[in-house]
Design a protein around this ligand. Structure first.
Ligand SMILES: [Zn+2]
Length: 150
């Protein structure tokens, strides 16, 4: 993806969103050399799942990113080894694809992850919930803890 202005081969993505055109994504890129901004339309592999964040922006479901999120929540928790994390993500991805939907709110995705962590490791559950649900108050923590008791 060369810069149309100076021909430099490297650029960074400043914004990504699904395009109206089937199976493609529109990216705003910024040339790392001259700073020129340009738009590309990139075809994706099989149907991407789009995650819509609470601020309305969206991005393609990213296994690596979810893996990192779960890994942070599971830090120093031996109950959830790495292959278990991959297994959880496989299950979640399969659930999303089987549901036939191609987009999901990040909050709903967070809830699905939490359902998988529930019963595996309570500390990882609370850590993940605090990040994904963006807890601002102690009451929100307490509510999540109550949810674990049932
Ligand atoms: Zn350039």
């Amino acid at each position: 993806m060369r810069c149309p202005s100076c021909g430099h081969p490297e650029s960074k993505v400043v914004d990504s969103r699904p395009s109206d055109e089937f199976n493609s994504i529109r990216r705003r890129r910024e040339c790392l050399k001259c700073g020129n901004r340009f738009t590309t339309y990139e075809r994706l592999g099989d149907n991407p799942i789009i995650v819509i964040k609470s601020d309305g922006t969206s991005q393609v479901f990213d296994r690596e990113k979810l893996y990192r999120g779960i890994s942070i929540a599971c830090a120093k928790r031996p109950n959830i080894p790495n292959d278990k994390k991959s297994e959880i993500i496989d299950q979640i991805e399969a659930e999303l694809r089987n549901s036939g939907r191609n987009e999901i709110k990040s909050k709903d995705l967070g809830d699905i992850v939490l359902n998988h962590l529930k019963g595996l490791d309570d500390v990882a559950y609370i850590r993940f919930a605090s990040v994904y649900k963006d807890f601002q108050t102690i009451e929100e923590f307490q509510e999540a803890l109550r949810g674990l008791e049932h």
